[in-house]
Design a protein around this ligand. Structure first.
Ligand SMILES: Nc1nc2c(ncn2[C@@H]2O[C@H](COP(=O)(O)OP(=O)(O)OP(=O)(O)O)[C@@H](O)[C@H]2O)c(=O)[nH]1
Ligand SMILES: [Mg+2]
Length: 423
């Protein structure tokens, strides 16, 4: 009963799209995530939107009738609308007009829980709003005097633009502070020297579920898009390798609004500083290949295409029993040779993932020599813990340790040695 009521109160929405049907399907998923009741889709077989009204005028006339007949409360375009297109659609359809970007922003705003996520979303919303401010004040600028004079509307617009810029600068500063304090929390020497794995991939693929299973941490898991908006980092112990850090990240989607990529850069930096990426794919989705391509494009944008990757084809429990990795993948080109077909719900599969992670991490082991002053016993301790000790000599003013250690980790420890000791 309650469900029914909730269903009835969801605003009715119609989607507008072009040729790309997968993208519209995803938009529908986004709209449902935002608790909208999608009653229909209007698409036109064209590759580029109509510059004036997104869809052609014939389609829009048709749609205007439907909007009235079915009391449609919101119309959502699958691409970001220009301020002009939005105005034109509002005039033709006389209902609320949204686009993919404002919809994603609304979902992020509703889901942001921590201070950091809220700051990031507000920044993204202002970035979206900035070029659209003119539109909001056109009615005022019309009040202005003759040509060449500055009307009250223009003045108001300038004031507003300035306020908005000031707020954006404030937000960036606050975000910087939040990030710095996070880094300080993590700058405990030992944590600093640990290798980091980062879970990345398309939204809803199961990153947080895997994170929970790997760490037993309590990360929000939901069958909704964008359940995770905050970077979460935890420490795990791999059976034979030892301790590593693992972090969960925000999910990817197609046409991820650039305002969000910018605002969430801090969160995505978790992936940029990772030594290995655990790239999660929902193997049970018929669209997995497209989703993987989208994620790969975003990883490239983040400049992490070269970071070693483990491709996890997750949710194998939802596949037909005879489905194998080979039959699933066919001849689709993959970004990594380390591939696992698994289910986050199965313990034995998790062991496989641990195993692969260990293999990748130990692959690049190197023999390195460290010259350590006596006041840096913390480093000696780290080398004992994370490297294989080949020799250890106590000289007059330093300790010489030769260790077989993961290259990246060894370099990190070398870096620590060069820094002055802080108290
Ligand atoms: N059947 C099945 N369901 C899974 C598996 N892994 C995750 N799920 C479900 O998939 C949904 C999404 O999981 P999440 O872990 O929230 O996905 P995510 O990648 O973190 O999603 P975002 O944070 O939204 O990007 C949840 O309902 C999970 O319970 C799996 O191996 N098998
Ligand atoms: Mg998540």
């Amino acid at each position: 009963m309650i469900d029914q009521l909730a269903e009835e109160t969801s605003p009715k929405a119609v989607l507008l799209g072009l040729k790309d049907l997968t993208s519209i399907e995803e938009l529908g998923e986004l709209a449902r995530t935002a608790d909208l009741d999608v009653v229909g889709t209007f698409n036109q077989n064209r590759t580029k939107p109509d510059p004036r009204g997104y869809l052609g005028s014939g389609k829009l006339d048709e749609l205007a009738k439907i909007v009235i007949d079915q009391s449609i409360e919101v119309v959502i375009a699958d691409d970001e609308l220009s301020p002009g297109q939005q105005r034109h659609l509002e005039r033709c359809l006389k209902t609320k007009i949204m686009d993919r970007t404002s919809l994603v922003l609304a979902i992020f705003a509703a889901r942001a829980q921590t201070h950091e996520a809220k700051l990031q979303v507000e920044l993204a919303q202002l970035a979206y709003l900035a070029p659209r401010l003119t539109r909001m004040w056109t009615h005022l600028s019309r009040l202005g005097g003759g040509i060449g004079t500055r009307g009250p509307g223009e003045t108001q617009l300038e004031v507003d633009k300035r306020l908005l810029q000031t707020r954006m600068i404030q937000l960036r500063k606050s975000l910087e502070k939040v990030r710095q304090s996070r880094q300080t929390q993590q700058s405990n020497r030992e944590t600093h020297s640990l290798l980091k794995a980062s879970l990345v991939g398309y939204t809803n693929s199961g990153k947080s579920t895997l994170m929970n299973r790997l760490t037993e941490a309590n990360v929000l898991v939901e069958d909704k898009l964008f359940a995770t908006l905050d970077p979460t980092t935890r420490r795990i112990t791999l059976p034979t390798y030892g301790e590593v850090l693992i972090s969960d990240t925000v999910g990817f989607i197609q046409k991820l609004p650039h305002q969000l990529v910018d605002a969430f850069m801090a969160t995505l930096e978790e992936a940029q500083s990772a030594d290995v990426l655990i790239h999660v794919v929902d193997a049970s989705s018929p669209e997995w290949a497209g989703m993987l391509a989208t994620s790969m494009a975003l990883l490239k944008e983040l400049n992490v295409s070269d970071t070693p990757q483990i491709l996890v084809f997750n949710k194998s429990d939802k596949l037909a029993k005879d489905q194998t990795l080979t039959s699933l993948i066919g001849n689709i080109e993959l970004p990594s040779k380390e591939i696992i077909l698994m289910s986050a719900l199965k313990d034995e599969d998790l062991a496989d993932l641990f195993e692969t992670l260990q293999t990748i991490l130990s692959k690049t082991r190197n023999t390195m020599t460290f010259t350590i002053p006596y006041d840096r016993m913390d480093i000696v301790h780290l080398l004992h813990k994370h490297g294989e000790l080949l020799s250890e000599e106590y000289e007059e003013d330093h300790i010489k340790i030769v260790s077989a250690i993961q290259t990246v980790l060894g370099q990190k420890i070398m870096g620590q040695l060069q820094k002055p000791l802080s108290h």
